[in-house]
Design a protein around this ligand. Structure first.
Ligand SMILES: [Fe+2]
Length: 243
């Protein structure tokens, strides 16, 4: 499996606090079948600005050295939605943002209680730039969780949605799980990732989430969400599901 949303750099956000904890978290993911992780530290989320991609690249190199290839960790980030997101994306690799495996997908999070009115226009602009916005955990956003139509409106602009494994399992509260189920019914779930932070706070739970998807929505959804769609994201190719 490929885990596209994972906080594994120590001390730069609310992820692991030490290199030892970071390595343990990545190895726990590998132990349940995750061969590849995309490192997605918070970027431009106060107080975790992490604006310098060179610093993150150094951490990526060190983590991969410590892990010895199991799992492999790829570059990425989770950017906080701001009014200048399009401008930042236009800077490409010269700016603070790192797309998932430096391909065409950019992981974007909204404040938990808000989706700005400018989001649709910004996403449209991103798509015109060749960047596909990935909405991080829409089920944990109060606006999107209550109004799947709003998520549908973002998806119509070309965005894709990533739900969190623990949400699907009911571990982040019933409203988040119910929202995931509603998104599934409407064909608005494209990716499942762990959003792992630490073994205590949020461990990797992809294996259990995969079992839940197979039982609830069948083998085709399971294969797409845990194998083919994440692979397409790291390769920068279009998603094949839902069609
Ligand atoms: Fe995250």
């Amino acid at each position: 499996m490929i885990d596209l949303h994972f906080h594994c750099f120590p001390g730069i956000d609310d992820g692991p606090e030490s290199w030892e904890a970071a390595v343990a978290l990545c190895r726990a993911a590998a132990a349940e079948g995750t061969k590849t992780i995309v490192a997605t530290p918070h970027v431009l989320r106060d107080p975790w600005l992490n604006e310098d991609p060179a610093v993150r690249d150094q951490m990526l190199l060190k983590l991969n050295t410590l892990l010895g290839g199991t799992p492999a960790v790829l570059a990425g980030c989770e950017v906080w939605f701001t009014g200048d997101l399009v401008e930042l994306a236009e800077k490409g690799e010269a700016g603070p943002l790192t797309r998932l495996n430096r391909q065409g997908y950019l992981l974007v999070e909204f404040a938990p209680g808000h989706v700005p009115q400018s989001a649709e226009a910004a996403f449209h602009e991103l798509v015109l730039l060749g960047v596909t916005p990935v909405v991080a955990h829409p089920e944990r956003n109060l606006v999107l969780a209550r109004d799947a139509e709003r998520l549908a409106s973002l998806v119509e602009r070309g965005a894709v949605a990533q739900v969190t494994a623990a949400s699907l399992l009911g571990e982040l509260g019933r409203p988040a799980m119910v929202a995931c189920e509603e998104f599934f019914r409407r064909g608005l779930v494209h990716l499942v990732a762990s959003d792992a932070h630490s073994m205590e706070k949020r461990p990797p739970r992809l294996k259990a989430a995969r079992e839940r998807v197979r039982k609830s929505w069948g083998a085709e959804a399971e294969e797409a969400l845990f194998v083919s769609n994440p692979k397409a994201v790291v390769e920068g190719k279009p998603l094949g599901w839902p069609v």
